[in-house]
Design a protein around this ligand. Structure first.
Ligand SMILES: Nc1ncnc2c1ncn2[C@@H]1O[C@H](COP(=O)(O)OP(=O)(O)OP(=O)(O)O)[C@@H](O)[C@H]1O
Ligand SMILES: [Mg+2]
Length: 265
C-alpha cells in the first residue's frame, strides 16, 4: 500500500513569511482534497511533496523512503504534479510531444511511451489531437493536455493543483472519472480545489489548510459539517449542505442526490 508520511513539516520562502508550520499528515489510498483560502500554502505543500521545494524543517517519506535522500528526477518517478496553471507546464509544440515527454523521461521505450501517451489522451478526451499545437487550444483543453501529460507517466502518486479550472460540467465529470480510475489502480490521488461542490461529490477525505496549519482533516462529510471552522478559514460549505441547513435539517447533505434519496427513503 502506497503512503506518504509528513512529519513536523515547516517551510518558509523568507524569514518574515512562514508558510507552513508543523504539518503532520499521513496520505494514503483515500482520495483526498486539500482546501483552504488563497495563500494558505496549498501549492507550496504539494511542491514540497514533489521535491520542487525542500522543507525548512521536518521530513516527508514516500513508502518509508525519506525524500531528502532523493533528487527531483528520482522523486519524479513516483510523484506526478499537475500544475495549477497549464501554461506553466506545457512547453512542447504538439499535444503528443507534450504528453509523451514524461513517459520517455521515465525510461519507457518509444513504443511504450506512445502507448501510454495515447491511453492518457483517450482518457482525457484528446484523441486525434496528436499534431495540434497546445497553444491553439482553449484553456480548458490545455488543462486537459497538462493532466494527460501527468497521467501518462503512470506514477504511484498523482497530485492535481486546481484540476477543474475552466471546466464545464462535462469536463468536471471527466476529471472525476479519471481520478476514480487512478484511485482504483491503487495510486494516491491528491487534489487542491476551490470548488466545494466538486469536493463534496468526488473525494473521500478533505484536509483544510489555514494559517500555516492543518485546521481540519476527516471524511468530506465530517469536514463539511464544521460550518463555523470553515467560515473562520474563509471557506463555504457545499451548496447542498448550505441549502439543507437553511431548510432546518441537522444532517450534513453533500449532494442533491443524497438529499433526494433521504426524502424518498
Ligand atoms: N515563490 C514564492 N516566493 C515568496 N513567497 C511565495 C512564493 N510562492 C508563494 N508565496 C507565498 O506563500 C504563501 C502561500 O502560497 P501558495 O501559493 O502556497 O498558496 P495557495 O494556498 O496555493 O493559494 P491559491 O489558492 O491562491 O493558489 C502566500 O502568502 C504566497 O504569497
Ligand atoms: Mg495554489
Amino acid at each position: 500500500m502506497n503512503r506518504i508520511d509528513i512529519k513536523d513539516l515547516h517551510f518558509s520562502y523568507s524569514e518574515e513569511a512562514q508558510v507552513l508550520k508543523g504539518i503532520n499528515l499521513v496520505l494514503d489510498q483515500r482520495s483526498t482534497a486539500i482546501i483552504g483560502q488563497n495563500g494558505a500554502g496549498k501549492t507550496t505543500f504539494v511542491k514540497l511533496l514533489k521535491g520542487l521545494l525542500r522543507p525548512s524543517q521536518g521530513q516527508i517519506f514516500f513508502n518509508e523512503q525519506d525524500l531528502k535522500d532523493q533528487t527531483v528526477a528520482q522523486i519524479a518517478k513516483s510523484i506526478g504534479l499537475n500544475f495549477q496553471n497549464p501554461d506553466d507546464q506545457i512547453f512542447k509544440h504538439t499535444v503528443l510531444d507534450e504528453i509523451i515527454f514524461g513517459p520517455l523521461q521515465m525510461g519507457m521505450s518509444k513504443a511504450e511511451a506512445e502507448k501510454a501517451a495515447h491511453k492518457a489522451m483517450d482518457m482525457l478526451n484528446l484523441t486525434g489531437l496528436d499534431k495540434v499545437n497546445p497553444y491553439d487550444l482553449g484553456l480548458s483543453d490545455r488543462k486537459m493536455v497538462s493532466i494527460a501529460a501527468i497521467v501518462a507517466m503512470d506514477t504511484q502518486v498523482v497530485i492535481f493543483d486546481e484540476p477543474t479550472i475552466a471546466q464545464d460540467d462535462a469536463g468536471k465529470e471527466l476529471i472525476r472519472k479519471v481520478m476514480k480510475s487512478l484511485t482504483e489502480e491503487g495510486k494516491i490521488v491528491i487534489s487542491i480545489l476551490h470548488d466545494m461542490d466538486f469536493v463534496a461529490e468526488t473525494f473521500e477525505r478533505a484536509i483544510v489548510f489555514s494559517q500555516s496549519h492543518v485546521l481540519l482533516d476527516g471524511t468530506v462529510k465530517e469536514v463539511f459539517g464544521q460550518k463555523e471552522a470553515l467560515e473562520n478559514a474563509y471557506l463555504s460549505q457545499p451548496t447542498t449542505t448550505q441549502l439543507c441547513h437553511a431548510l432546518g435539517y441537522d444532517q450534513v447533505f453533500l449532494t442533491p442526490e443524497e438529499f433526494v434519496a433521504f426524502k424518498q427513503g
